[in-house]
Design a protein around this ligand. Structure first.
Ligand SMILES: [Zn+2]
Length: 246
């Protein structure tokens, strides 16, 4: 089996890096789903919704943790950015609100969560490092989510520490990022050290995952072994991350 990839495929997938330097290329609204029946106005990609609910279920936190903000259209991100500029000023906004086109919320793979103690702040919900919220934080990587803007990573992510913002990247990437304490910027760079002849091997739950990077070029074909399952994601910059397992 052989998979052909095109340039535009760089901009799709669970591992796309969206930040100040790498804006979103397409508004990909396929697959957006309400996170729950009660929160029908908060949307994420279906796989992220499933993962979120699995974490909440495992730690029994459906009533203690509430989704605050999920998918945002370009118009919504623009509105939030402009409102914050007016209400909070430039310094605060630059720290906590991504420029329109550069917000992970526009991917449908990011969610802000709050501890369910009203009033819940829309831009900076409370999500402390203890109790049920921290249980969420440490369990989430087993289901594909990571805390995206960790402390000490501000110079890399260009976003202030945001304890409430989680990003779906899928397993096993979330587990690797969590165990190595890598931001998505660092993880995408880290994966560039691996290629078809030198794959990153990660074993979890007795499944052996192989991960590597393929730069985009005009004719790109991935040779697939029919015994393996393949997952391919663009990195939103210059190539693809291939993940395979049995
Ligand atoms: Zn957020």
């Amino acid at each position: 089996m052989n998979i052909k990839l095109q340039e535009q495929d760089i901009y799709y997938g669970n591992l796309i890096l969206v930040n100040q330097e790498n804006p979103l290329h397409f508004n990909n609204i396929a697959d957006l789903t309400p996170v729950s029946l009660l929160q029908s106005n908060i949307l994420l990609k279906q796989s992220a919704v499933n993962a979120l609910n699995s974490v909440l279920q495992e730690i029994n936190a459906q009533n203690d943790i509430v989704p605050v903000s999920g998918y945002r259209s370009m118009a919504e991100q623009t509105q939030i950015f402009e409102d914050s500029l007016k209400e909070n000023g430039a310094e605060f906004t630059q720290k906590f609100v991504a420029k329109p086109g550069c917000s992970e919320h526009q991917t449908g793979l990011a969610i802000d969560l709050g501890q369910n103690i009203p009033p819940i702040d829309f831009i900076r919900p409370d999500f402390p490092y203890y109790g049920i919220c921290n249980k969420f934080r440490t369990t989430a990587p087993n289901y594909g989510f990571v805390e995206r803007y960790g402390t000490g990573k501000e110079n890399i992510t260009k976003i202030a520490h945001e304890p409430w913002h989680f990003r779906y990247v899928g397993t096993p990437h979330s587990q690797i990022m969590h165990s190595k304490n890598l931001s998505l910027e660092e993880y995408i760079l880290f994966l560039k050290d691996f290629n078809n002849n030198n794959k990153l091997v990660y074993i979890t739950n007795r499944i052996k995952f192989e991960i590597y990077y393929v730069p985009y070029c005009e004719q790109i074909n991935i040779d697939c072994n029919e015994d393996l399952i393949y997952q391919i994601s663009g990195n939103n910059i210059d190539g693809f991350i291939i993940t395979n397992w049995k």
